[in-house]
Design a protein around this ligand. Structure first.
Ligand code: ADP
Length: 350
């Protein structure tokens, strides 16, 4: 199938060079499985004036040739992004984009949002991994039903590699696989930084389009350590309506915007924005106030990426090890819109 698509794409000629896009190396990747096709184009020139035209042409060709498939065309610009020199021979070289998910406080749904975003990105055809670095409450193993997974190490090309857990095609490495819930917080902090380094550089991530990094709430040593080890392309802040204006969120945004850090903030996701009872689907109850995130976003030059209401299926999905974005079509739709926006921003720069 990939070969067929490649041949199809040979019809697309870059108007400037007059060469087809396959021959000129603009087709970085073709992936297909289960009715989904994802084509990644990389234009070496930033803001290639023909990028949009070529993307549209590729989309049209794919739709014509595979009318039943869900086709996504991803445009990347510039050469492959430079990554920091790893101290260990790192396994992060195959990761295209790292997105950090942060929050001011615990309990706002950061981990739930990370898990559902991962599923939404996977549903769009991307290869996704999660690095769960939330040392205070590593909940990704539970969200994906892989608690108790014991990461195995294998020796490859003279290096130790740690095998991640895999669920719903998503590769998952969690600090929760290494610490016990009974470990004292102080001990966790001290252990975490070293363990995280190993998790980042030694996990066999393979090729990933997106690695979502579930950070601990607030700002602290773990954040600094991860920022130092991984080239984070963008940060996403999760908040509930009543938490959005408090100092923690503001500090979170400032951490990324700090001149020594300079990580673009892709935007804010307002979680638990309203509540709709099953029996009154038209009604929205703004239990924690209304419009807070939008006001905050406008005042601080941050995009509001989306709002997610309180929904029973979201809570149940997390408890049962199947994020709701993979089961409940409404939840899937909300998260798809947010995921698409994040993809656009990650590719074009925030
Ligand atoms: P955090 O990672 O910020 O500490 P969690 O993701 O663990 O927060 O979420 C806290 C609790 O809230 C969990 O029980 C989760 O299932 C629930 N929850 C999160 N978002 C929603 C939502 N939109 N609707 C219903 N329950 C939610």
């Amino acid at each position: 199938m990939e070969e067929q698509i490649k041949n199809l794409l040979r019809q697309v000629i870059h108007p400037e060079t007059q060469r087809d896009i396959v021959e000129s190396g603009l087709v970085e990747q073709i992936a297909s499985d289960d009715g989904r096709i994802a084509v990644t184009l990389r234009f070496t020139k930033a803001r290639d004036p023909f990028a949009v035209k070529i993307k549209n042409r590729v989309e049209t060709l794919l739709h014509e040739a595979y009318p039943d498939a869900a086709a996504t065309v991803i445009v990347k610009e510039g050469g492959t992004a430079p990554r920091p020199e790893p101290k260990l021979k790192s396994t992060t070289g195959g990761i295209a984009h790292v997105i950090a998910i942060a929050s001011g406080k615990g309990g706002v749904g950061k981990s739930t949002v990370t898990a559902n975003l991962a599923v939404a990105l996977r549903n769009l055809g991307y290869r996704v991994g999660i690095l769960d670095a939330d040392i205070y409450g590593p909940s990704q193993p539970k969200m994906f039903g892989v608690e108790g997974y014991l990461p195995e190490a294998v020796r490859e090309e003279g290096e130790d590699r740690i095998l991640p857990a895999e669920a719903m095609d998503i590769k998952l490495m969690s600090i929760g696989f290494f610490i016990k819930p009974t470990d004292a917080l102080l001990w966790r902090g001290a252990m975490a930084v070293n363990a995280l380094k190993q998790m980042i550089h030694q996990t066999r991530w393979g090729t990933l389009d997106f690695l979502l990094c579930d950070l601990p709430p607030g700002t602290g040593d773990v954040h600094l350590s991860i920022i130092g080890e991984l080239k984070i392309d963008a940060a996403v802040i999760v908040s509930t309506p009543q938490q959005v204006a408090v100092a923690d969120v503001v500090r979170g945004v400032e951490l990324f915007r700090n001149e020594n850090v300079r990580i673009p903030v892709a935007g804010i996701i307002e979680n638990m924005a309203w509540f709709t009872p099953e029996e009154l689907p038209q009604n929205r109850y703004y239990l924690f106030g209304r419009g807070g995130a939008r006001r905050y976003a406008e005042a601080n030059g941050v995009e509001l990426l989306g709002e997610i209401p309180i929904v029973q299926s979201i809570m149940e999905g997390s408890d049962e090890g199947h994020p709701a974005a993979g089961i409940d079509p409404r939840v899937e739709e909300w998260y798809r819109a947010i995921a698409q926006r994040i993809v656009e921003k990650a590719v074009k720069g925030c």
